[in-house]
Design a protein around this ligand. Structure first.
Ligand code: 13P
Length: 248
């Protein structure tokens, strides 16, 4: 049985005070240890939230990681820095990074490798735009996004990674993929991995992201290949994030 995982992505929101309040609210409502849970916090608030999550079941994640290990890369944050402040996870290849900041399949693969070199679990985000879906390019796009990473680090590296399927058209739009639409792509991703390594495919957590909310999470999480969620907007409110977590 795969353990489920719910990850909040706070994106560029909040203040130090609101970040601390949100983390405290989540910790207070964790309850039973039925699934893994993490929050991806803006870089500058990581140390504050790290203090609060210590000795709790709430894990800490970053929203990105540099594609280099150290050196003259102004503005970047390395995997070893993230490790030092207590990150367990780092998102790589979020669609907002890919579309607004030029993260390419190759740089995403390098970020994935950097994270793993510091024993940080990369959460590799993949997904198609609306235009790509309408042109029946969904699987081709996902193949390319996965292949860039597999080619750099090898399939074995996926034994310590998470994949998040986030259809770009569903992110922040209120348009969730239907349970069946999401399941179809999750199943495809698992089969794609299985063709290279069945054991890893059976084990890897594949999360759904894109307008996941308390009222649609249960249906999504009931799908056989959906192992949890990567939650944006609804993770900014402790109550809704916890409702999603508890609907697993
Ligand atoms: P929303 O849940 O706000 O659609 O965001 C999804 C997302 O991008 C999580 O990484």
């Amino acid at each position: 049985m795969r353990r489920s995982l719910v990850v909040g992505n706070w994106k560029m929101n909040g203040t130090r005070a609101s970040a601390e309040l949100l983390a405290k609210g989540i910790i207070a409502g964790l309850g039973s240890d039925h699934a893994d849970i993490a929050v991806c916090v803006p870089y500058v608030y990581l140390p504050y939230v790290a203090e609060l999550v210590k000795d709790t079941a709430l894990a800490l994640g970053a929203q990105n990681v540099a594609d280099q290990s150290s050196g003259a890369y102004t503005g970047e944050i390395s995997a070893s820095m993230l490790k030092e402040v207590g990150c367990t996870y780092a998102l790589v290849g979020h669609s907002e990074r890919r579309s607004y900041y030029g993260d390419t399949n190759e740089s995403v693969a390098a970020r994935f490798r950097q994270a793993q070199e510091q024993n940080i679990i990369p959460v590799l985000c993949v997904g198609e735009t609306l235009e790509q879906r309408e042109q029946d390019q969904t699987f081709a796009v996902i193949n390319e996004q996965l292949d860039a990473v597999i080619n750099l680090v090898g399939i074995a590296a996926f034994s310590a990674a998470v994949i998040a399927y986030e259809p770009v058209w569903a992110i922040g739009t209120g348009k969730t993929a239907s349970d069946e639409q999401a399941q179809e792509v999750h199943h495809y991703i698992r089969q794609y991995i299985a063709a290279k390594d069945q054991v890893i495919a059976d084990k890897i957590q594949i999360l759904y992201g894109g307008s996941a909310k308390p009222d649609n999470a249960k249906g999504l999480f009931a799908m056989p290949d959906i192992d949890g969620g990567l939650i944006g907007g609804a993770s900014l409110d402790a109550e809704s994030f916890l409702k999603i977590y508890h609907s697993i």
